[in-house]
Design a protein around this ligand. Sequence first.
Ligand SMILES: Cc1ncc(COP(=O)(O)O)c(C=O)c1O
Length: 469
Amino acid sequence: MGLLSRKVTCNSHGQDSSYFLGWQEYEKNPYDEVKNPKGIIQMGLAENQLCFDLLESWLAKNPDAVSFKREEQSIFKELALFQDYHGLPAFKKALVDFMAEIRGNKVSFDTDHLVLTAGATSANETLMFCLAEKGDAILLPTPYYPGFDRDLKWRTGAEIVPIQCSSSNGFQITESALEAAYQEAQRKNLRVKGVLVTNPSNPLGTTMSRNELDLLVNFVTDKEIHLISDEIYSGTVFSSPAFVSIMEVLKDRKLENTQVWERVHVVYSLSKDLGLPGFRVGAIYSNDPIVVAAATKMSSFGLVSSQTQYLLSAMLSDKKFTKEYISKNHKRLQKRQNKLVSGLEKAGISCLESNAGLFCWVDMRHLLSSNTFEAEMELWKRIVYDVKLNISPGSSCHCTEPGWFRVCFANMSEDTLKLAMQRLKSFVSSISIDNQTHQDLKNMRKKNRTKWVFRLSFQSFHDREQGER
Ligand SMILES: Cc1ncc(COP(=O)(O)O)c(C=O)c1O
């Protein structure tokens, strides 16, 4: 141990968060319709599996792209030897055009500002290496994606200071919350280097309003700090209000080529919009040439393979395909989100109104035994071990109010989602029955004045479930 680096033993990675623990529990007992119908259903993974048929049908129609060929001639050697760290020009062009298309072509992107990375994970960390180090802080609105503890803090040594948002205004960012976070960082002797937001938000599944975006631009202008907009979910916006990229705000406010313009950076990836997290394709888009140059050098630690770039440049340059894909993806996500929301409603559970993402931000405060994070963990454990659904507790997203959970809907079949909702519904009614029993027994005790012990056990739900099967 003594010979290992401090990174190896420090716990700022966040791996022990319930977000990752839930995945581990799922891995031990994964649901399978045939092989393991009583297993845990994975609802803690923001994957988009709704459009694989479209991707696969494109692949079938484009054999050259898949088999390292151009006009039927092999380009295997060319791809195998390709060593330009800046990426294939054709791929970078196709990617910036796709980013613009997702934004309704209201803004355009220049390949000279783009740095390819191995997913948004690498993009966020690389940007942090460019902007911050030990003793520096980045402000992040809560609730936030649990992976940020790893991506922004672990290897860079920088700190996250939360911007505390609350359910009272749908978790929107306010001027006072921004200012309070800034003051809090200063109180901790940390130098604030910037604000990072995810738009659309993970875990809220909402797009940021113009008002919030304006507020952010004003704030970073005033404090002379950076703004990182992680727009990894920009292609998942399925209903109004429409998605507004931070680049669009800068353009509309005629802030191009100003100082603040150079301090705004966008993170993107094909993991969510195209559903390709295994391909590891991400990007940093920055208006600061120094950041672009440094990030390009750093990107040699996490490059995108040339065959991936070749395949995707062909796919994303096919405008007929991208148009159809974007539109069908929106429709399918909308339909699936509706299914989750109505399934939850039937179980007496509501969620934050959302218009984007691969998840809903679900309000289970009424199911807590007390308004505490201990009670949230207690409920989460019951949902994972007894109900057999892996969802992510709000505390793993640093939410300040107990009782919120992130529930994913696009990484499973419609039938699996239906089953998950049935399991949840019977769990909620079992709690109501338990509460009713509790009330009846209380009344009885009042009447008979006898001593008794009430037991609201995990087992009672489990027994009832077994009986029903
Ligand atoms: C907001 C956000 N940023 C970054 C990532 C990492 O994505 P990637 O698979 O591209 O590394 C995720 C993945 O869930 C995310 O939700």
